[in-house]
Design a protein around this ligand. Structure first.
Ligand code: ADP
Ligand code: ASP
Ligand code: MG
Length: 455
């Protein structure tokens, strides 16, 4: 991997609420100017923009509904520009992006192609980086906007593209590293390009992942994720009000949290950071002075139970076939079908003639495409009997040596003895124990477990 050894580089990522309006952009600039090591800044689209673009990408046929969504996006951009008064070339570029949004939305209303959907989705991030670079320049900082698609090389799976880290390392070396000597560079998260130069996106929430890929390619000193909460909490504070911030957490634990639903980090974010051994800081852009959370290889404290997370919208697929009894290769066939439909399985349990699997019903596709499609069901039903249960939630208890600590499972399940547990998975990782409950029960189960283990 490319080494940039002239000075320690910090990559800072600002999420949607952190770049939502003029005042928020000024707070980002305060953080950036406070720390000269922040040379690369990765931004999301302003809060609310990607949700609207995703609606448009799915194809809004009704002209007035489309105009309404576009006008809401324009209002967000115009409100920023009214206070910022950007240089004419910046204002012209934002105008071009907005015109492009309108054109693509119209084309997508007639016919949806995944390549065009990603082109449209990318425009939210493009506006943000342009405007934050302008904010910085107006404050006397030598800043410039940079097109992430020039270096974030991915495969061609639009909506959920896989990055190519080696290629990214080479491209960063070629096109970006030297710029960092002279500029504070502002670029877009979430977006990349395939080998043919077509714009791709990394899936919803993918800006964290982009920032980590940049940090890896630059061999950064640290990666900062600035968001709307002052760190990773023991549980989503919106779901459990008594949740408290965690000062330090290991990569393994934070990765489990992200995988099992903690929206604070995109699930793949920690892979590049862990590969390159780059510590990650999560903090609040509104209150940067607060402690935040450090994610590292080792932490001083190692509680058995560190945090809880929840993933709603889970589907339990039970497949049953008498052929399974003595047959070899049944599971391989089942997984081949799921792989063809690009579905990842979260939990799995087996009995003699049946297998139960949990899937995420929406996945993390950028345009919100549903995963359990009639085509998938058709292929599965040709192989075996299939039962589908939905409205389930996957709850994960995250911690240290969970599977090797006596009595943990019995304490957890006796604490929530009144809830119907649909499936349990333990032992695959020492860092989590997870189970499936009815979605309607999830809030109560989280509260009870938090009270019992984390308060
Ligand atoms: P950004 O736009 O900055 O990427 P997100 O909305 O994607 O921000 O992520 C921040 C949100 O993640 C928080 O507002 C919080 O509701 C949610 N969240 C979920 N789980 C946790 C957790 N364990 N700790 C902190 N925040 C969490
Ligand atoms: N703007 C994208 C989204 O809302 C990516 C991100 O914010 O991380 O999903
Ligand atoms: Mg996010």
């Amino acid at each position: 991997m490319q080494l940039h050894s002239n000075f320690p580089i910090i990559v800072a990522k600002f999420g949607g609420t952190s770049v939502a309006n003029f005042e928020a952009l000024q707070r980002c600039a305060d953080i950036i100017q406070e720390n000269p090591s922040i040379r690369l800044v990765v931004v999301s689209a302003a809060a609310g923009v990607t949700n609207r673009l995703a609606e448009l990408a799915a194809g809004v046929v009704d002209e007035s509904a489309r105009a309404q969504l576009l006008s809401e996006i324009m209002q967000i951009q115009h409100a920023i520009q009214a206070k910022l008064e950007p240089a004419p070339e910046v204002a012209a570029q934002v105008r071009d992006y907005l015109v492009n949004m309108a054109q693509l939305s119209q084309q997508l209303a007639e016919q949806q192609t995944e390549a065009q959907q990603d082109e449209l989705l990318a425009l939210g991030e493009r506006c943000s980086s342009l405007l934050l670079a302008e904010v910085l320049r107006q404050r006397g900082c030598t800043a410039r906007d940079f097109n992430a698609c020039d270096v974030i090389r991915t495969d061609s799976h639009f909506g959920h593209a896989e990055p190519r880290p080696k290629r990214i390392g080479m491209l960063v070396n070629e096109h970006l590293s030297d710029l960092l000597n002279n500029y504070c560079v502002v670029t877009q998260g979430f977006i990349g390009a395939d080998a043919a130069g077509r714009t791709t996106t990394l899936g919803r929430g993918g800006s964290d992942y982009s920032a980590a890929l940049f940090a890896e390619a630059l061999d950064a000193h640290a990666l900062q994720i600035w968001t709307d909460v002052d760190g990773i909490y023991t549980c989503d504070p919106r779901q459990v009000p008594t949740a408290r911030p965690i000062t330090e957490i290991t990569f393994a634990e934070a990765a489990e949290m992200a995988t099992f639903g903690a929206k604070i980090l995109h699930p793949a974010t920690l892979l590049p950071a862990q590969r390159a051994q780059i510590p990650v800081f999560v903090g609040c852009s509104r209150e940067p002075e607060k402690a935040g959370t450090w994610i590292r290889h080792q932490t001083t404290e190692r509680p058995v139970c560190r945090a809880l997370s929840v993933r709603r919208g889970q589907v339990l697929l039970t497949v049953r076939s008498l052929n399974m009894l003595h047959a070899r290769g049944f599971l391989a066939e089942l997984f081949a079908i799921l792989a063809r439909h690009r579905i990842s399985v979260d939990l799995i349990t087996t009995s003699e003639v049946s297998v139960a699997l949990t899937l995420d019903s929406t996945g993390s596709h950028s345009s919100g495409k549903r995963l359990v499609t009639p085509a998938l069901m058709g292929e599965l039903e040709a192989l075996c009997e299939v039962t589908v249960e939905d409205n389930l939630a996957l709850i994960a208890v995250i911690g240290h040596q969970l599977s090797n600590t006596p009595k943990v499972a019995s304490r957890i399940f006796s604490c929530i003895a009144d809830s119907n547990i649909r499936m349990i998975s333990q032992g695959a990782s020492p860092n989590n124990l997870c189970f499936l409950v009815r979605e309607a029960d999830a809030a109560g189960v989280l509260q009870t477990l938090h009270q019992g283990f984390l308060e």
